[in-house]
Design a protein around this ligand. Sequence first.
Ligand SMILES: NC(=O)c1ccc[n+]([C@@H]2O[C@H](COP(=O)([O-])OP(=O)(O)OC[C@H]3O[C@@H](n4cnc5c(N)ncnc54)[C@H](OP(=O)(O)O)[C@@H]3O)[C@@H](O)[C@H]2O)c1
Length: 286
Amino acid sequence: MKIVIIGSKGQLGSELKKALNRHETIPIDHDIIEVSDRNSCNIIQEKKPDIVINTAAYHKTDACEDNPKEAFSINAIGAKNITDICKKIGATSVYISTDYVFDGTKNTPYTETDTPNPINTYGISKLAGEQYTRLAEKHYIIRTSSLFGINPPRGKGSNFIDTIIKKAQEEKEIKVVEDIITSPTYAKDAADMIKTILENQLPYGTYHITNSSYCSWHQFAKSIIEKTNLNTNIKATKAEKNTTGTKRPTFSALKSTSLEKHNLKMRHWKDALNDYLEEKNQKKTP
Ligand SMILES: NC(=O)c1ccc[n+]([C@@H]2O[C@H](COP(=O)([O-])OP(=O)(O)OC[C@H]3O[C@@H](n4cnc5c(N)ncnc54)[C@H](OP(=O)(O)O)[C@@H]3O)[C@@H](O)[C@H]2O)c1
């Protein structure tokens, strides 16, 4: 298959490039495409791909609140521009979305059939991107959450694990919120599952792709410290004390009934964390 990967230098895009290496992958990066500009997206058409995976996003949650126009241009109009071209050339449009399309009030993991109700600009703009992508019959919406990958998120600079390790090397105590629950996800595992969906031509539609189970950021940080040689106290704190004014879903763990139907399952986030630390050479020797 001929697969265009938009944002191939990003945290997830770089893993997709590796996972899909037995196909003809065509990386298209920000220096040659601006997804919010319809004309610049014409380059996709010239490559005649079978599949276009769009990982580009404006995903700094606080910045989205301050710059809603930019958030919508990239996350929503960008998805429309790419999907319009996919429809024109008969390619499959793959849009990477987020747990932030949910409001976080369900208190058990969200499945693909739950109704989105985003509570911040990032989530609203990503849901709009999903809806534009659904206008193509041949589409996949991949919702993931709290990614960690060997290549750091380009929009943010460092993933949570690396941030905790760096802080732990500098400070004796770190405060981490215990009342926000998420499904940490290894970018490599997410890329492998996307490959499985594409290669097996699973039915078009929406898929939740996260490592299995969930935890608070505090539990996640404690696991990181336990698995490394670092000696820092991870103190639980409450989200309202760290507020920047932007609303965030308090419980946004995801689970997939769509994958279950095909007997597919992602491994536990703790196993994925082990592999990530091994790959980064940060794991404590027993
Ligand atoms: N990171 C998370 O925890 C997380 C959680 C849930 C969902 N997601 C979703 O997962 C996807 C991938 O996230 P990620 O962590 O891999 O992000 P990332 O590392 O920031 O990668 C995004 C890539 O897209 C490119 N890009 C950004 N804006 C663009 C634009 N306007 N036009 C063309 N290319 C553009 C970036 O290039 P430059 O860096 O050169 O600008 C970068 O290569 C996003 O759609 C995000 O919404 C992420």
